[in-house]
Write a protein that binds this ligand. Structure first.
Ligand code: KG4
Ligand code: ZN
Length: 416
């Protein structure tokens, strides 16, 4: 009985594998559809992307409004909300794409890194679907999916390998990206992620009290508030890790200095406990400048490292630079990084804003990239062996080599 089941599994794998690969290679390009499921944190995202990178459906159920009430994500509640919403998100996704489940070629699902309770909901649902439909299950690394997302919109311009700055609510990483499952870390945050720092500072500043920011995340509110600055240089923050000649990041110092500065201003102005300091725009502008500057410095060193004659990670050409993750939505940060990249002749890109933050599209696209890699073993039918991981490193790390190179750079100045 067991042998028979294995044989059937292999037959399905071979038939499906050659059909998908055949479709991808054929001149007339028959399209295959990949379903992507994202539940790593507080967004239930389900999407269908075809092998030409067209989004056929994109459903995103955000839990932001719920968690904002409690001042942060409560993992068991996030899990309950994913559970309550995932089935209907899937139904809506199929309806939007006007597809039958049998027409899907594969199911891609975020398995790592993320909140374990949230990841479990997505994986169990994906496993159940894949088993019922007898489709391959493709496990996806959430940060890799952010890194690859920009290729969906411009696959012929953004070619492997490229350099990527990943900036989100849980991560800050610089990596060389060679393909799905083939990322090499150059540096990462030693403490907070920039989005996390924005969220905590925004909360402490009480921006959510202002009606226009009530339902916004901290990063978005801070970006908007910074535009209201009348004296953008009123607040200045020390540069983190100035003495460490590597590509790591640190945002805890900026966060602590921010909270001290807010407290001092509140005391000075006698701000009531349910009030916001009067010059919050100036404060946000100073904060954005400090974060941009720090991100620029570490990215500049990464570019210089990759271009060292003895390293030449991208051959003779300057690397293409991708900025992705929720914080890549920020126009000030992105403009500064693009400005830096241009000084080295690097082209820079970010995904469309609707795909910078967590969503099901990036997971589906990572699934497409896995299929396009055309590697034996990428079609997974061993459903029960695929599991979640709360934390997950990339395949390789150049961190030690970057630290050993100890590059001293002549800093490119931020814009404005
Ligand atoms: O990638 P993402 O959606 O989720 C994680 O994987 O963490 O990123 C969410 C983060 C939040 O911390 C949020 O504050 C930040 O992205 N964010 C922004 C902006 N929009 C979202 N940060 C700065 N400026 C923005 N416009
Ligand atoms: Zn993310």
């Amino acid at each position: 009985m067991h042998a028979l089941r294995c044989l059937a599994g292999n037959e399905i794998r071979n038939a499906l594998g050659s059909r998908i690969r055949g479709n991808l290679r054929s001149q007339r390009r028959l399209l295959s559809y990949v379903l992507g499921i994202e539940t790593s944190c507080d967004d239930t995202g389900i999407a269908i992307v075809d092998t030409d990178g067209r989004v056929r459906a994109n459903v995103l159920d955000s839990q932001q409004e719920f968690h904002t009430r409690y001042g942060g994500i409560i993992p068991p509640r996030a899990q309950d909300l994913h559970r309550a919403r995932i089935e209907s998100a899937y139904e809506r996704c199929l309806a939007e794409a006007q597809l039958q489940p049998e027409e899907l070629a594969a199911i891609a699902v975020t398995t790592r890194p993320g909140l374990p309770l949230s990841l479990l909901v997505g994986l169990r649902f994906a496993r159940h679907l894949a088993r019922r439909l007898q489709k391959p299950l493709l496990p996806v690394h959430h940060m890799e999916a952010h890194a690859l997302q920009a290729r969906m919109e411009q696959p012929s311009v953004i070619r492997f390998p490229f350099l990527c700055l990943l900036v989100s609510g849980g991560h800050c990483q610089l990596a060389v990206v060679q393909g799905p499952g083939r990322l090499a870390l150059l540096g990462q945050t030693l403490d907070d992620a920039p989005g996390e720092a924005f969220d905590k500072i925004g909360r402490r500043l009480r921006l959510h009290i202002l009606p226009e920011y009530r339902l916004w995340n901290g990063g978005r509110a801070i970006e908007h508030a910074a535009k209201l600055a009348s004296d953008p240089s009123a607040y200045d923050f020390p540069l983190p890790l100035a003495q460490q000649r590597n590509c790591n990041f640190s945002f805890a110092g900026i966060k602590n200095n921010s909270i001290r500065a807010i407290r001092k201003q509140e005391w000075k102005e006698r701000t009531p406990p349910d009030g916001v300091i009067s010059n919050y725009g100036d404060f946000c502008a100073g904060l954005l400048r400090a974060v941009s500057r720090h991100l620029m410095h570490r990215t500049q060193r990464a570019i210089e490292y990759c271009m060292l004659p003895e390293v030449r990670l991208f051959g003779d050409a300057p690397p293409t630079l991708i900025v992705s993750g929720g914080v890549a939505n920020n126009d000030v940060i992105y403009a500064n990084i693009a400005h830096l990249a241009a000084q080295y002749g690097c082209q820079s890109f970010r995904p469309s804003k609707r795909y910078c933050s967590d969503n099901g599209v990036m997971i589906a696209w990572h699934g497409v990239e896995q299929l396009m890699q055309d590697r034996e073993g990428c079609l997974r039918f061993d459903y029960d062996r695929i599991d979640i991981q709360g934390t997950a490193a990339f395949a390789e790390s150049h961190e030690e080599a970057v630290t050993a190179a100890a590059l001293k750079c002549k800093w490119v100045q931020p814009l404005g």
